[in-house]
Design a protein around this ligand. Structure first.
Ligand code: SF4
Ligand code: SF4
Ligand code: SF4
Length: 204
């Protein structure tokens, strides 16, 4: 028997509402899934690169070399609010390199040239050491080698740079290969809030 138009309209509308409700439930579930879930992260108190220690220690580079991804999911992140904006930043410059004609170390610390030194305000040429700089990390170049983190830590720096697992890059291996090899067991499972991207959060 053919449905009359009004009955067919009601059935069609009911089917659409039902489908939308179903989709809505799935959508809400997916939003919850993407907003927060557990993932790998680094405890900076345990990472040898950010922990205060002897000056002759070398940076642990396992975060850069043991991730399953070709370019590690780990990045250095600078908390600009806690950065001293130093004229001679020990994370940016290789402070052991020869001093150039401008009075600055001639070599950079980052082997991948991933840090930008951007002047804040107008430069005072009469008192160069009194100028301030923002040190910005290019996440496309950084591989999380930790050399800058080692340079920034106290007492030379303020410890504003640390290593973080980028949850938008990490594929969340069941057995994170970095966690397996980290010498200080600095990897932990914590809830991530994907509504607060790491890069945005670093400027908070
Ligand atoms: S492997 Fe561990 S100690 Fe080494 S850089 Fe990564 S978090 Fe730090
Ligand atoms: S972690 Fe390594 S690659 Fe990344 S900015 Fe620091 S020194 Fe450069
Ligand atoms: S869980 Fe996998 S992708 Fe993520 S940091 Fe560890 S090894 Fe790299």
């Amino acid at each position: 028997m053919k449905d009359d138009p009004s009955r067919r309209d009601v059935l069609t509308t009911a089917a659409r509402v039902s489908a939308l409700l179903g989709l809505g439930a799935v959508g809400a579930y997916m939003v919850r899934k993407t907003m927060a879930h557990d993932g790998w992260q680094i405890d900076p108190e345990l990472c040898v690169n950010s922990h205060v220690g002897a000056a002759e220690l070398v940076a642990c580079q396992k975060c850069a070399t043991t991730c399953v991804l070709q370019l590690s999911a780990v990045r250095a992140v600078n908390n600009h609010a806690g950065c001293g904006r130093c004229y001679i930043c020990p994370a940016y410059f290789d402070v052991k390199s020869a001093v150039g004609p401008d009075g600055l170390p001639s070599e950079k610390a980052c082997p991948r040239d991933a840090i930008r030194r951007v002047a804040i305000g107008e430069i005072d040429p009469g008192d160069m050491a009194n100028n301030y700089y923002e040190y910005q990390i290019d996440e496309k170049l950084c591989n999380g080698c930790g050399i800058c983190v080692m340079g920034c830590k106290e007492p030379a720096g303020l410890g504003s740079i640390r290593l973080e697992v980028r949850y938008d890059l990490c594929v969340d291996c069941n057995r994170c290969s970095i966690a397996q090899t980290c010498p200080t067991d600095a990897y932990e499972r914590i809830p991530f809030d994907k509504s607060k991207p790491v890069v945005a959060a670093e400027r908070a």
